[in-house]
Design a protein. Structure first.
Length: 108
C-alpha cells in the first residue's frame, strides 16, 4: 500500500495490514512456526531450517521484525530471534472481534 493511501485508513487498519502482509509468505510462516516450536530465542542458524539461501532468510527475518512479529538481539556475532508477543496479541484481539461478529450474523 502506497504511503499516500495509508493515511485514508486508521492506524489499527494499517497495523493489521502490515502484520498480515508479513505473514503472507510461506517462508515467514515457517520461521514463525520454528520460533514457536523452539520456545526460546534462537541464535543458531535459521537458514538450516529452510530450503532458502541465507540472504533470502535474512530478508524474511527483516520483514517479520519490521512488522513487529519477531524481535532480535545481538549476542556476540549472532543475532538471536524470538517471537514478539505484542503483534500476536493485536492479531488475537482483531480475529476474536471478527469471530464474535461473524457468529452473530445471519447471512445468505
Amino acid at each position: 500500500m502506497g504511503a499516500s493511501k495509508a493515511n485514508h485508513f486508521t492506524n489499527k487498519q494499517n497495523q493489521i495490514a502490515t502484520i498480515a502482509k508479513a505473514l503472507g509468505h510461506p517462508a515467514r510462516v515457517a520461521i514463525i512456526e520454528y520460533l514457536l516450536k523452539a520456545n526460546e530465542c534462537i541464535c543458531s542458524d535459521i537458514v538450516n531450517e529452510l530450503p532458502l539461501a541465507q540472504p533470502t532468510v535474512s530478508q524474511h527475518l527483516k520483514e517479520l521484525k519490521n512488522a513487529g512479529l519477531i524481535k532480535g538481539s545481538i549476542e556476540g556475532n549472532a543475532i538471536c530471534y524470538c517471537i514478539d508477543e505484542k503483534a500476536f496479541n493485536i492479531l488475537k484481539e482483531y480475529f476474536a472481534k471478527i469471530i464474535l461478529t461473524v457468529t452473530d450474523k445471519k447471512c445468505c
